[in-house]
Design a protein around this ligand. Structure first.
Ligand code: 3PY
Length: 325
């Protein structure tokens, strides 16, 4: 008999879900929006795996609703702050994510945010569209240079390194701060205080954990240059958004480029960050290309199939077991 797997969405990019359906009975949340915990719990009894997105809550109650058959929670995301890892560990459940496949795509988007925020691309384009471009004037739409600037990467894993490679092409000096990353010749490893003081652009590439929540807050923003830009494609909770908004509004920070927010999705209740002229905002599209999203689903499915076939998962979360115990 086929094992059952709960998928938190019915439609996912690529062929991963079809591949999963050949090997397992897939029970998918049929709704359009984001499922609540109770929606998922109702579908969970007896499943051996859960395939979830990076913003679907997966907690101990959902694991208990699935029952002792549950062996693997596979995220189609790099970030894993939506999963109660302690609850999974207590129950011997393998948790996997999708490193590797999205690093280059997310690094591309990081650069788009750097370019847009420093060169005021959104505001300039909007002014053109409004019919406000009446004259070529030397002082209009002035931004700040990217070439020759110093880029500081907080978090130097796969995405941080992919951003560093792009920065080399722009002739930038690159610094990084990451107590867990090995050094390389793309970028100089420095302490956080040096990175904040010397960087023209600070870009965040850390997962959201208890250690990184509000890693950038009042003190860190005050330590940055007033001409600096903060960019984040990691998780909203890494930045104290109130402190960021105040710093940009009061001219203590030049600009910001944000793909992620403390509250996602926003619907019609927009964060004040969205309306701020010097802040470029995007709806969490870091990994949103056809190939990459399909590769993320495919890797998540591969992890489920591994665990269900008693093989170690290919990309378990660091510090968690690769195989069901
Ligand atoms: O993979 C992740 O963590 C995402 O945020 C999706 O882009």
């Amino acid at each position: 008999m086929k094992k059952r797997v709960l998928a938190t969405r019915e439609n996912l990019p690529g062929l991963g879900l079809a591949r999963l359906s050949e090997a397992a009975e897939v029970v998918a949340w049929p709704g359009d929006g984001k499922p609540g915990l109770s929606d998922l719990a109702a579908l969970a009894p007896g499943v051996s795996g859960v395939l979830a997105l990076g913003n679907d809550p997966v907690d101990g109650a959902l694991m208990d609703a699935a029952g002792p058959s549950l062996r693997v929670v596979a995220l189609a995301s790099m970030g894993f702050d939506n999963v109660d890892r302690a609850a999974a560990a207590e129950r011997g459940i393998v948790v996997t994510h999708t490193p590797g496949v999205l690093a280059e795509t997310t690094a591309d988007l990081t650069f788009a945010l750097i370019l847009a925020a420093r060169r005021r691309i959104g505001a300039a384009g909007a002014s053109l569209a409004e019919g406000s471009w009446g004259l070529f004037r030397m002082h209009d739409y002035l931004g700040l240079d990217i070439h020759g600037a110093t880029l500081g990467l907080i978090g130097y894993g796969q995405i941080g390194r992919a951003v560093a490679r792009r920065a080399r092409g722009f002739g930038m000096r690159v610094l990084h701060h990451d107590p867990y990353a090995p050094d390389d010749d793309l970028s100089a490893s420095v302490g956080l205080a040096t990175l904040l003081a010397e960087s023209d652009i600070v870009s965040l590439h850390v997962p959201l954990t208890e250690e990184t929540r509000h890693l950038v807050s009042v003190r860190e923003l005050a330590a940055m240059k007033p001409t600096a830009t903060l960019v984040s494609t990691s998780r909203g909770g890494v930045v104290d958004e109130e402190a960021l908004l105040a710093a940009v509004r009061e001219g203590r920070l030049h600009s910001a480029g944000l793909d992620v927010f403390e509250r996602e999705p926003m619907g019609k209740e927009l964060s004040p960050l969205v309306a701020e002229p010097h802040i470029v905002t995007l709806p969490h599209i870091g990994s949103a290309t056809e190939n990459t999203r399909a590769a993320m689903v495919d890797l998540a499915v591969g992890n489920i199939l591994d665990v269900l076939a008693e093989r170690p998962a290919r990309t378990p979360l660091p510090g968690t077991p690769a195989a069901h115990v």
